[in-house]
Design a binder for this molecule. Structure first.
Ligand code: SAH
Ligand code: SF4
Length: 394
């Protein structure tokens, strides 16, 4: 890794404070939006239609100002602006890597910061979004896990990351223009900061909005949720979100996984595999991704590769295996496996009949690679209680 200076870095300091007492419409489900409109003076018999209209302005056209909602009466627009705002996280910094990867640092309520990464590829563009500030879990190889500050993001802050990226990519359609088939932002992965299944409802509501056909309209097959293995929430992911699933597997014995992914002490490998074997959506066309970070001398032996295959076969899980070269971070207690070792490991998996792509490392020069996300801003350490009360969670 050669930490080079990023190509561009600009700082935007437009303050976007939530005006006192106003309700943010972003992140509300359709039903919540309808109820909010009624509570603030929209006649009940009009509420369904108004919900649809406002929804489209927000999520299909990317409009943030009620004054632009031209199919609503002027007086009604003014009335909406009295009670509501359309707010997304504020971009603090934006860095562009030599390979086109973009990393954004976004500020959310309470002054916390989350990172969002956009990865352009030939046939798709993937946005890696965060579900929490920091992470309560402490996987020993993950930079986010060393961060002290933790709170759940709201649904608005989660879908707001997608809207923020569409702003930056200038990808909102203009009214009347033909539908864009080849989108710059075509896929979402919940692989940024945080454990999405520890913030289930907000992640679900945000992803439902991202999939809604009258808005951002991403297919559920283009959204992947990555979890470290919160077993009791796995089936719900299929039932209530319906997206694809990735598992941070990373080790083939409980002894090693207990250290790398400590949630394993609560739900061990066998329990996790059983939950995956009965994952309602798993099929050959919707395989579960096993993420496996390659750590030198820790989990990268031939025996590990054989055990990994054995686990998957024994439970007949429709799977693909994604090998991730470890992304080192300052002070990390592990080293990346050599390229030869990764290739040998991949080969065993391939011989066993599974695809074994090795994840390309992207955006390393801007610390945007997988598992490196951690807001670098230093600030006074706050107690968990203080953070939760600020976020309205306490
Ligand atoms: N908390 C969720 C999602 C965020 S982490 C989870 O753990 O699945 C997204 C992926 O990056 C996970 O597979 C995680 O194990 C991996 N990861 C974390 N740190 C990494 C690092 N330093 N190098 C490579 N991958 C890493
Ligand atoms: Fe949290 Fe995932 Fe990092 Fe583990 S790998 S500390 S679950 S973000």
């Amino acid at each position: 890794m050669s930490p080079k200076a990023p190509i561009t870095q600009d700082v935007m300091t437009i303050p976007r404070k939530l005006p006192e007492g106003k309700i943010n419409l972003v992140g509300l489900t359709r039903d919540q939006l309808r109820r909010a409109l009624i509570e603030h003076g929209t006649p009940e018999r009009q509420a369904k239609m108004r919900t649809g209209q406002i929804w489209q302005w927000i999520y299909q056209w990317g409009v943030r100002d009620f004054a632009e909602m031209t199919n609503l009466a002027k007086a009604y627009r003014a009335q909406l602006a009295e009670s509501f705002v359309i707010e997304i996280p504020e971009v603090v910094t934006r860095q562009v890597s030599e390979d086109g990867t973009r990393k954004y640092l976004c500020r959310i309520a309470g002054g916390h910061e989350v990172e969002v990464v956009y990865i352009p590829e030939e046939d798709r563009g993937t946005l890696c979004i965060s579900s929490q500030v920091g992470c309560t879990l402490t996987c020993s190889f993950c930079h986010t896990g060393t961060q002290k500050l933790v709170r759940n993001l709201t649904a608005a802050e989660i879908v707001g990351q997608v809207m923020m990226a569409r702003d930056d990519l200038d990808e909102w359609p203009t009214p009347g223009a033909p539908k864009d088939e080849t989108r710059l932002l075509s896929n979402i992965v919940l692989m940024g900061m945080g454990e999405p299944l520890y913030n289930f409802e907000n992640v679900r509501d945000a992803m439902k909005i991202a999939m809604d056909p009258e808005g951002i309209s991403l297919s559920r097959r283009r959204i992947t949720l990555s979890t470290s293995g919160v077993v009791p929430e796995i089936a719900r992911t299929a039932e209530e979100i319906g997206c694809l699933l990735a598992i941070s597997f990373h080790a083939t014995t409980d002894e090693t996984r207990d250290v790398l992914v400590p949630i394993n002490k609560r739900w061990n490998i066998e329990g996790l595999l059983q939950a995956l074997a009965s994952y309602p959506k798993a099929s050959n066309s919707e395989r579960i991704t096993f993420e496996y970070v390659m750590l030198d001398g820790v989990n990268d032996s031939d025996e590990d590769a054989h055990r990994l295959i054995d686990h998957i076969k024994r439970h007949k899980i429709p799977a693909k295996i994604n090998l991730i070269p470890f992304n080192e971070w300052p002070g990390a207690p592990y080293k990346r496996s050599s390229n030869n070792r990764i290739r040998a490991f991949a080969n065993i998996i391939y011989q066993a009949g599974y695809a074994s792509p090795i994840r390309k490392t992207r955006g390393e020069d801007i610390m945007a690679a997988c598992g490196q996300l951690k807001s670098a801003t230093e600030r006074a350490r706050k107690s968990r209680k203080q953070i939760e009360s600020e976020a309205g969670l306490g």
